[in-house]
Design a binder for this molecule. Structure first.
Ligand code: AMP
Ligand code: MG
Length: 297
């Protein structure tokens, strides 16, 4: 396991290190350094047009990055940071983030992770950290240090912070001119929670505003069968199946998908939750892992 001292050294030298957050493990690199950004994309084999989330210690760091903070964003930061809310903000002309972070867009995504180790690393390096999920692009996100090593090799530098509390990626929002909150990716900060702060619109397809939502995502090697059924019907129909997730939860969904792959599952049956509260985020991850096919029982 990589120590905090080694981590700081690696990051200062422009290398990448996997770090725990409360959502999923992140593949962190200096967000101000183009070479570090390039390493993140190469390590993950991430498509070049899928921008990165920049992790900061607080709103002051966002100000230093010369991102435009509308009053609504300020209120959301006060309420939800540190936490699973990523905000897409407009870059001002003197924004020091390299364009590779934003993949050429005129915006950048920022978040304060709710994890003491991660925040300590930002405090020590004093720079913001770009940190997409620490997995090979397309596979289920990593929620333990071992998941990171399963994708990047046993020698890969990762700080072990235990299993991630939330277990799915942050909610991503942007702001419309009319002060609406547009959810680009659902997460643990739900639309019900955001509604108190303004009109909420959801980008179902998402692709126009958030490049990342276009790609195959969260998929294990096994075929995921997303099922709409009540608990009883689901249990009855899957009673002879070995690889089943009857009541998906954010903290264990990706863990089960990865575990079943290791057991050489060919099919994984997952019951879809109600799309309210955090169920909306779970639903999103499951249908994307199932490549948008839904089976009704
Ligand atoms: P990941 O880092 O793997 O959790 O993915 C980051 C998510 O945030 C992806 O869905 C990206 O498309 C989205 N994202 C990051 N930066 C921006 C941006 N500037 N505009 C819109 N979406 C963004
Ligand atoms: Mg990801």
């Amino acid at each position: 396991m990589t120590s905090l001292v080694q981590t700081i050294e690696l990051l200062k030298a422009g290398n990448v290190v996997a770090l725990p957050t409360e959502t999923v493990y992140g593949l962190a690199g200096n967000a101000l350094n183009s070479a570090a950004i390039a390493k993140i994309f190469a390590t993950k084999r991430r498509p070049q047009d899928n921008p990165l989330i920049v992790h900061v210690s607080g709103i002051d760091m966002v100000r230093n990055l010369k991102l435009h903070i509308p009053p609504l964003a300020e209120r959301l930061a006060e309420r939800f940071w540190a936490g699973a809310l990523t905000m897409v903000l407009r870059r001002e002309a003197d924004c020091p983030l390299p364009h590779e972070v934003s993949c050429g867009l005129d915006t950048a995504a920022v978040r304060v992770p709710d994890n003491a180790i991660f925040l300590e690393v930002i405090k020590k390096t004093m720079f913001p950290l770009a940190a997409p999920s620490a997995n090979l692009s397309g596979s289920p996100s990593p929620t333990t240090a071992q998941h990171v090593r399963d994708d990047f090799g046993e020698e890969f530098p990762v700080v072990d912070g235990g299993a991630c509390r939330v277990g799915i990626e942050s909610t991503v929002v942007m702001f419309d001119d009319n002060d609406a909150i547009r959810i680009l990716r659902p997460g643990a900060v739900t639309s019900e929670m955001l509604r108190e702060y303004g009109n909420v619109v959801t980008d179902e397809g998402g692709s126009r505003h958030s490049p990342g939502t276009r790609y195959k995502h969260y998929a294990p090697r096994a075929k995921v069968i997303a099922v709409q059924a009540d608990a009883e019907a689901f249990t009855e129909r899957t009673k002879h199946e070995r690889f089943v997730i009857a009541n998906p939860e954010t903290s264990t969904l990706f863990m089960f998908l990865r575990q079943y792959d290791q057991l050489n599952a060919d099919k994984i049956f997952v019951r879809l939750p109600e799309r309210s509260g955090v169920g909306a985020a779970l639903y999103n991850r499951i249908i994307r892992a199932a490549e948008f096919e839904v089976t009704q029982w």
